[in-house]
Design a protein around this ligand. Structure first.
Ligand SMILES: [Cu+2]
Length: 392
């Protein structure tokens, strides 16, 4: 019977909700870096510690409340005036304003310092401008409204000596607080509209370099074009065997397409990334370049951007010689979603040329034989040799 009471109807959903919340938090944690990949397993101690700390805080507040209530009642029993709860609440409001203000400032100063460094792409600067404009405007409104709200709560708390002023309606106030936010929001929306139009500019879809990025549970595949600068065709029906991407080797453009493990990009060149997914929805996310676009199975998309700061320059700027740009997956796509991380390196054109020359093609010797391309090429070779022999 006691057990039945223990697991009554209300406790089960509450326990389930707490469990889901913890689980979501754990899944969201992307603390792994390329240098230090995450170890499998969960740091329960850390999560449990903060949950217990929160519960302890709640219990402490409840106990203090009860003690005050008992004190208040004993005062009343003795015929004295009890606690003036209106004054107490007024003071708590002012304290909340001060502690909240200091907390907000601390958050901004300490957590803010951990935010992303300056945008490393052309369009990223515009996105940052938009972000800061919105932040400054909302910050000003936030400070004014919060100070007014809590100061009024304190200043005009209930008092026996005062009667409240009854204000049923005022057109001027209604106009002011409707028109001003409407103008500010319209300006922000228009600003955003033009920036977005520039970022997603589809009138010129060609980039200096075309790269395929394909999401797969749980890795990104990269494909660079060979010396011809053109990526060969792909077809999902061809996926299998040694052909992970389903590259169509009937298309001669695909013969020289290159496999790469690191996304290396030359600085100040426009890069077009063609985005694909093979199983579930993934998301190409390169926060330093302010790039994010979903990778949806069956729906190829692309994004064009121009990196402006090389990795070496950024390492100097952030004073961290180990700094690397990263490509993440930004959709919780499964159990080891966190491992979908790749290093992105922005280099000079010279360094890029050297690097690309060392990359191996997708079309390996083994694959050539499997696809009987070797035979065709050998035949071609022997024909030309025969011709040579004839000419001699
Ligand atoms: Cu993913």
């Amino acid at each position: 019977m006691a057990f039945k009471r223990l697991i009554d109807f209300k406790k089960i959903p509450a326990f389930f909700a707490a469990f889901m919340l913890l689980g979501t938090n754990l899944l969201m944690a992307q603390t792994a870096t390329a240098a230090e990949p995450a170890k499998p397993g969960v740091d329960w101690l850390n999560v449990g510690y903060y949950v217990l700390l929160f519960l302890l805080l709640c219990v402490s507040v409840a106990i203090i409340g009860k003690i005050l209530k008992v004190y208040d009642l004993t005062q009343q029993i003795q015929g004295k005036k009890g606690i003036n709860w209106n004054n107490a609440m007024g003071v708590v409001c002012i304290l909340f304003l001060i502690v909240g203000g200091v907390g907000a400032w601390w958050e901004f100063a300490v957590q803010g310092a951990m935010s992303l460094p300056e945008a490393a792409s052309k369009h990223g600067v515009k996105i940052d401008d938009m972000f800061w404009t919105t932040t400054v405007i909302t910050f000003i409104v936030f400070v004014i409204t919060q100070v007014l709200l809590f100061t009024f709560l304190f200043r005009y708390r209930h008092s026996e000596k005062r009667r409240a002023y009854f204000l049923p309606h005022n057109n001027t106030i209604e106009k002011v607080w409707t028109i001003i936010p409407a103008i500010v929001l319209t300006v922000l929306v228009i600003f955003g509209f033009f920036t977005w139009q520039e970022v997603e500019n589809t009138t010129n879809t060609k980039g200096d370099i075309n790269i395929d990025i394909t999401g797969h549970q749980f890795a990104w595949y990269l494909r660079y074009p060979g010396p011809d600068g053109i990526l060969g065709k792909k077809n999902f029906r061809l996926i299998g065997g040694g052909n992970d991407l389903g590259i169509d080797y009937k298309d001669p453009n695909s013969f020289d397409d290159l496999k790469a493990d690191t996304l290396v990009l030359p600085v100040n060149k426009s890069i077009r990334i063609n985005i694909f997914a093979q199983d579930v929805i993934h998301s190409v996310y390169m926060p330093h370049f302010r790039v994010q676009q979903n990778a949806v199975p069956g729906l190829p998309t692309f994004f064009k951007f121009t990196p402006t700061i090389t990795t070496a320059e950024m390492q100097r700027k952030v004073e961290d010689p180990k700094f690397e740009y990263l490509l993440y997956c930004n959709k919780i796509c499964g159990a080891t979603h966190y491992s979908m991380q790749k290093v992105v390196r922005v280099v000079t054109q010279g360094e890029y040329n050297q690097w690309i020359a060392k990359q191996k093609p997708y079309l390996t010797y083994q694959l050539r034989q499997e696809l009987k391309l070797a035979a065709a090429e050998d035949q071609k070779k022997s024909i030309s040799q025969n011709r040579l022999a004839l000419n001699n």
